[in-house]
Design a protein around this ligand. Sequence first.
Ligand code: HEM
Length: 144
Amino acid sequence: MPNTPTELPLTTSDDADHPQVTSDEIRVMVERFYEHARDDELLGPIFAQRVDDWDTHYDTMTRFWSSAVLRAGTYSGRPIEKHRIEGLTTQHFVNWVERFSDVVTQEFGPERSAVFIELSKRMAASIAMRIGIGGVDQALAKPA
Ligand code: HEM
């Protein structure tokens, strides 16, 4: 089969899967998300205990999402290890994804947020599973 494309067209405007966001917009969304997450009764105490430097965390998460969605290649880290947190439950992950979905939809609108929401669900289920917490994918598959 000649000319099989090996790379996806990541920047064309007619690529429906590609959200037209910039890493600056991602940074703003990330900050808004953690403002909300810090108010969450389950998540708030964990972030309060474990995040010393918010600016650095915002930078890390901006690189993480830019790499995931824009293929920016700016994130390298060990996200699983950071989540081996005593007392985490399925519900923590459900709350995380709900908060994230709300904020990203508010910031980017329904179309541009779709890929972020999809990825966040997959990553929440995958992180949870790898630290021994099951049931996240089923919980997230239920209609709201
Ligand atoms: C139960 C829900 C979650 C909790 C309580 C949680 C909590 C945390 C904490 C405490 C950190 C460390 C921050 C620091 O070192 O300053 C962290 C880092 C991180 N989290 Fe989460 N998180 C959750 C879910 C998620 C999900 C669903 C994702 C992905 C979509 C995610 C992605 C990350 C990444 C990329 C880092 C940075 C790791 C690094 O240092 O490279 N987290 N999280």
